[in-house]
Ligand binder design. Structure first.
Ligand SMILES: Nc1nc(=O)c2c([nH]1)NC[C@@H]1CN(c3ccc(C(=O)N[C@@H](CCC(=O)O)C(=O)O)cc3)C=[N+]21
Length: 288
């Protein structure tokens, strides 16, 4: 029997822990703070940003939103980031993707104080993750949520063969680092990869983040593999679907994430717990 990995239930568990940690911090006089910067009116972004803010408030996290028109210039956003870097009420800052084309997203992320980089996208934090350095630093929220899901299955990383489809800095690359740091053998699949189907068919764990509905079909998957679907696509009828043909693949996989109710809710839960991590770490740093 296939296990459907319930991202909503796991996110609820994590959020309960987060709310409890927020309470403890409040007893020490600290309210964890999250600032979200949004430029433009991408409809999906508006939904995610609203969800993040709602969840933050529900968990007792202080939430600030900085909204700008799509025409906002780079300097204004840099000034906003600098002010948030200096604001002691703010422990986590993120710049919502995608950004309008005229803006330099990398320069914005690099301007965030690495200790407030709640997305884990700052080059310093990416470098720490890639080097598998010890110590506390933020990591990208979607891969972090996927690790929580795999841990809930007691997934055996050591020696596992993993195929990751998609090489973005949001998902594929940090996912690769987290998995190789756990002694998995990871193959990255991009547009130019020869014979991706053969690589996927050999994998014990397949993570798909391509943005193509129905990319992964049953015949591509090794029987008993674990399948994680990071995709979010809207069908012409307005239905939300992932990158995996769920109905087909669930007949072959040993465990699979649904869309919606899989990776998405875990991403938000990870963002919330990482905001609290940053607040806790700032307290430790203040002690010296
Ligand atoms: N700087 C930055 N950080 C991000 O973490 C980030 C981003 N930019 N840009 C866009 C992606 C996407 N993302 C999602 C979060 C939650 C759901 C989510 O909750 N999905 C629900 C369904 C929500 C719906 O109905 O649309 C689900 O899968 O069950 C989805 C996608 C975060 N992202």
């Amino acid at each position: 029997m296939v296990k459907i990995i319930d991202g909503k239930a796991l996110a609820k568990q994590e959020n309960e822990k987060t709310a409890h940690r927020v309470e403890k911090l409040k007893q020490k006089g600290i309210v964890p703070g999250l600032a979200v910067i949004l430029a433009g009116e991408d409809p999906a972004s508006l939904v995610y940003v609203r969800n993040k803010q709602r969840k933050a408030e529900k968990l007792g996290i202080y939430s600030i939103q900085k909204n700008f028109p799509a025409t906002v210039d780079q300097a204004t956003l840099l000034q906003t980031i600098e002010a948030l870097n200096d604001d002691p009420k703010v422990h986590g800052i993120l710049v919502q993707e995608p950004l309008p084309k005229h803006l330099n997203g990398q320069a914005l992320v690099a301007a965030i104080d690495p200790q407030k980089d709640v997305d884990g996208f700052h080059p310093l934090n990416v470098g720490k993750l890639y080097n598998h350095l010890p110590g506390n630093y933020p990591v990208a929220c979607t891969p972090r949520g996927i690790i929580t899901m795999l841990d809930s299955l007691n997934f055996n990383y050591v020696g596992a063969k993993v195929a990751i489809v998609g090489r973005s800095i949001l998902v594929g690359r940090p996912m690769q680092a987290l998995l190789i740091n756990r002694d998995a053998t990871v193959t990255m699949i991009g547009r130019q990869t020869p014979d991706p189907a053969a690589i996927i068919k050999d994998a014990d764990l397949v993570i798909v983040a391509t943005g193509k509905a129905n990319f992964l079909t049953a015949s591509m998957v090794k029987p008993g593999a674990v399948v994680i679907d990071v995709g979010i696509n809207r069908t012409p009828e307005g239905k939300l679907v992932g990158d995996v043909n769920f109905e087909q693949v669930k007949a072959v996989a040993s465990a699979i994430t649904p869309v919606p109710g899989g990776v998405g809710p875990m991403t938000i839960a990870s963002l919330m717990s990482q905001t609290v991590d940053l607040a806790e770490w700032s307290l430790e740093n203040a002690k010296g």
